[in-house]
Design a binder for this molecule. Structure first.
Ligand code: ADP
Ligand code: MG
Length: 415
């Protein structure tokens, strides 16, 4: 027998047509069945279903025989019989290419050809079913008509498939959009809840702090008054302890208030160079040596920001305190201030090495998170809130060499 596939008569072709049931995910298999049915019906050696997505080119979507890599490769249509079918949108039958000059080129070794257009519901020709035979042939009209029914089915399936694909990608985009919006909503909601919580904590904390501050300062004044009195060693020790604790408590209350009501304060033009010099002079004079090893590097440029000097002082002191407390003795702490590349902002960077555990960057900005026995855990949250209020940015992280970098970026003051 000439054909690998058994020939099929028209009655069988109609039965096959009736049994063709297209499912959107099985396009290649469906088109392969159509290609072999057409080959059997026309009794040709080889049939293919082609799709022309780019004008002048096509690719093979299905074949009645195994063609390996040729499947899905893109071919130029120039001068081929397929091009003529696509251009005319009508079936084309060539019984013997050697006896006509109008047929266009055929794959090598083939002499007879039937080309059926794949026409969409809008009348556009998107591809072909092409059938080739190595022998000269005659094709009768009735068979061609039935074969055209197969090409209609193939065109419908391809159209459905591409609509399905478009729908799928539209759905994927929609899902992505919904995911992004949901995430955005969740974040906004979280921020709102956080803000509300902070406001509530702020109100509550201010109330308590105000209640406690007055009696505390009375006690402090009394203790300071008794400092003038001569006491025996034991009593004097207890008095110093009480004074130290009450000062610590006063410090904590001050920090809670600062955290609860950071505000912007009165905004003024602050010269960072002058502010840093003043802070360093105070720190170095007052402390027990903790702040003795700060190395400062200030850029030549004018370093002015619009802020409240007291709040900014607090930011710098909090960062320097943390760095000095964490760094081992004799290791320097670096403070650098300079313009950021675009000169529209100023960056203040405090660096230190630390022998302790790496800072827990997840929790470090949570109020009251501290790893120190006498820490308040409010230093960095205060920094963050002050910097946020100034529309600046704050970050703190440890690099691979173990150095901790705290960075504050503030919008520069236009001069
Ligand atoms: N420069 C730093 N180097 C190492 N650890 C740091 C540094 N700054 C902050 N930390 C860690 O973050 C914690 C929180 O800091 P902070 O909010 O200032 O509170 P506190 O200093 O009262 O503990 C500290 O207890 C410490 O563990
Ligand atoms: Mg601190």
């Amino acid at each position: 027998m000439k054909h690998a596939n058994k020939p099929m008569d028209i009655a069988e072709a109609i039965r096959v047509l009736a049994s063709l049931d297209y499912r959107s995910s099985e396009l290649s298999e469906y088109l392969a069945r159509i290609a072999s049915a057409v080959s059997r019906l026309l009794e040709t050696d080889w049939s293919v279903v082609t799709l022309s997505e780019t004008p002048g080119y096509d690719r093979i979507l299905a074949s009645s025989k195994d063609i390996g890599d040729a499947m899905n490769a893109t071919y130029s249509l120039h001068g081929t019989v397929t091009e003529r079918v696509i251009d005319s949108g009508r079936p084309l039958c060539v019984g013997d290419t050697t006896s006509t000059s109008e047929s266009g080129t055929l794959p090598e070794g083939y002499l007879a050809y039937v080309g059926l257009p794949l026409t969409t519901s809008e009348g556009k020709t998107i591809g072909t079913i092409c059938s080739f035979d190595t022998q000269p042939r005659r094709f009768d009209d009735e068979t061609i008509q039935v074969a055209s029914l197969f090409s209609e089915r193939a065109a419908t399936a391809i159209e459905l498939f591409s609509s399905f694909r478009r729908l799928e990608s539209f759905n994927a985009r929609l899902e992505q959009e919904v995911r992004e919006r949901t995430e955005e909503l969740r974040r906004t909601h979280e921020q709102l809840v956080h803000k509300e919580r902070l406001a509530a904590i702020g109100e509550f904390a201010s109330m308590i702090v105000h209640e406690v501050r007055t009696p505390l300062s009375t006690m402090q004044m009394a203790l300071e008054f008794f400092e003038k009195n001569d006491l025996d060693e034991r009593a004097s020790k207890r008095r110093s302890l009480a004074l130290r604790e009450s000062r610590r408590l006063a410090g904590l209350l001050k920090e809670i208030l600062l955290y609860a009501n950071p505000g912007n304060g009165h905004l003024e033009c602050v010269n960072l160079r002058a502010l840093v010099e003043e802070i360093l002079a105070t720190l170095r004079a007052s402390s027990d040596g903790t702040f003795g090893n700060i190395r400062v590097s200030l850029a030549e440029a004018q370093l002015q920001v619009r802020a409240n000097a007291d709040k900014l002082r607090q930011v710098i002191i909090n960062l320097l305190s943390n760095a000095c407390e964490a760094s081992p003795a004799r290791e320097p702490v670096h403070l650098a201030i300079g313009p950021v590349d675009d000169s529209e902002s100023v960056r203040l960077c405090v660096r230190n090495v630390t022998t302790g555990d790496p800072p827990d960057t997840e929790r470090i900005l949570e109020p009251f998170y501290t790893t120190k026995s006498s820490g308040t855990g409010l230093g960095l949250p205060i920094v963050k809130r002050i910097v946020d209020a100034l529309k600046g940015e704050f970050s703190i992280q440890q690099d691979e060499n173990g150095e901790v970098r705290a960075e504050v970026t503030l919008p520069c003051l236009a001069l």
